[in-house]
Design a binder for this molecule. Sequence first.
Ligand SMILES: C[S@@+](CC[C@H](N)C(=O)[O-])C[C@H]1O[C@@H](n2cnc3c(N)ncnc32)[C@H](O)[C@@H]1O
Length: 216
Amino acid sequence: MKKNDFLENIDYSQTSNLSIWGTGDKDTLELLDKIEIRGKWLNLAAGDGRYNLKLLEKADSVVASDIHKGALAKLCRTTPEQYKAKLHTKAFDLTKRFPFEDGTFDGVFCSGTLHFFPKEVLKGVLAEISRVLKPEGKVMIDFATDVKRVFPDGSIWVKRGEPGYKLEEAAKFLEESFRDYKIETRRSKVDEDDVKINSHTYKFSCNYILIVGEKK
Ligand SMILES: C[S@@+](CC[C@H](N)C(=O)[O-])C[C@H]1O[C@@H](n2cnc3c(N)ncnc32)[C@H](O)[C@@H]1O
């Protein structure tokens, strides 16, 4: 496995049309329904597209990105025909410079991913999000903390290199990181979600912080 990726060698072509990451968290789905989404949006680390349709329903166009080309292929395949014209994909590593000009997007959405990275890497990712956003552009992210993955035999899986953020520590870090944004924050949790990756099944639970921000 390459440094800073969590590909886990998933063969998305062998998975069902449903997202391997679940149906989507209630509060995240509700917030996506509620916030204004218009213009051009970037879905960063979109995976196989659990939330992408919510963006496509409202935005003029959506760039779904991920490091995993197989995930993006599945996302395209499972996108209803009527939305395909406004869907674009771009495979890239979000820990590097994003392959977009400054001020390209009206909004950036990222879920289920940023907690993988240590603070020094995250600072670079958040700076890139800010760079590709237009002035007054919007950001919506979720950030998982207190993550627990339990296998059926009760053993716990800690992913290699995952920082293991706690709620208060992450909240403070995110508040500082988004000081150039007007933000609204809420807290939520995933009680237990079944995740199946390749031949592994585990129960995933976490707390998470949801942030909607507007670049000042
Ligand atoms: C837990 S999944 C979440 C996917 C999706 N955002 C969702 O909520 O369903 C994490 C995603 O991050 C992607 N990813 C991991 N490391 C990455 C990196 N360095 N650059 C871009 N994407 C990455 C993975 O391929 C995977 O699709």
